[in-house]
Design a protein around this ligand. Structure first.
Ligand SMILES: [Zn+2]
Length: 253
């Protein structure tokens, strides 16, 4: 398989759609190959069986023209930054060899989101260690993962950015998704078991119209910060590097 350009790692199916789906679609439209790794399969969800959610995730990936999507078997509601889990994720990072890694923002209300952030970062670090396969072997890791790690050359993503939509933090930058907003919303609505208007669990799940209003309000808020209609927010830990002051976007006054 040719290397991927951008890999988004998320705790739950539909997290990527909610936090960076528009960006993934926009990057695919630019010719970049994108991927989503869901850490869990959603077995703790109030609605929808695991198989149904898997079909919905495939449909959402098709709408966002994602080149690759897979879900690991980490227990839903119990995402831990454990060595075992780091090895599972490091294997995927080596398989895909993406230049960019999108992780959830590191502070979150949902413990799975915060854990996914730390797990993704540390897995990306481990994936660059040449002797990882040997170290994992002595730690009693699943044999198929060890074999894969030995077979695959070390790799670290060049750039890590954090999707911060769920977090109340000021983004470092936003991506204009005005053109991708409708498709991104359609990808979210592909999770029919979660979002379709229905009686079961209706006290927990707002109706579709309310969801649209909320999703649009968030995208408008981040869009306003940069003078565009809709945007998705990201945080990067590194400073920005500028070549040409005249080409810096976003009006100051
Ligand atoms: Zn989630």
């Amino acid at each position: 398989m040719p290397p991927l350009d951008i890999l988004a790692i998320a705790a739950h199916r539909d997290d990527a759609e909610q936090t960076c789906g528009g960006t993934l679609l926009k990057m695919a439209e630019r010719g970049h190959r994108t991927a989503i790794l869901d850490l869990t399969r959603g077995e703790m969800g109030t609605r929808g069986a695991v198989e149904e959610r898997a079909r919905e995730a495939d449909e959402a990936a098709r709408i966002l023209t994602v080149s690759w999507r897979r879900a690991l078997d980490i227990p839903d509601g119990h995402v831990e930054n454990s060595y075992n889990n780091r090895i599972k994720v490091a294997r995927v990072i080596r398989e895909l060899r993406s230049r960019v890694l999108i992780l959830p923002y590191w502070q979150a209300r949902h413990p799975d989101h915060a854990a996914a952030s730390a797990l993704g970062y540390e897995a990306a670090f481990l994936a660059g260690l040449a002797k990882l396969g040997e170290t994992a072997a002595t730690a009693g890791i699943v044999t198929s993962d060890i074999e894969a790690l030995r077979r695959l050359p070390p790799h670290r993503p060049y750039k890590i950015v954090y999707a911060s939509l769920y977090a109340d933090v000021r983004p470092t930058f936003v991506v204009d998704i005005s053109e991708q907003f409708e498709a991104r919303f359609a990808a979210l609505m592909a999770y029919r078991s979660q979002y379709q208007d229905q009686q079961e669990g209706s006290s927990v799940f707002p109706r579709q119209a309310e969801i649209r209003e909320r999703v649009a309000a968030m995208a408008s808020f981040y869009g306003l910060l940069a003078g565009v209609r809709y945007a998705e927010p990201f945080v990067q830990k590194e400073v920005g590097l500028v070549d040409d002051l005249v080409a810096i976007p976003v009006q100051s006054i």
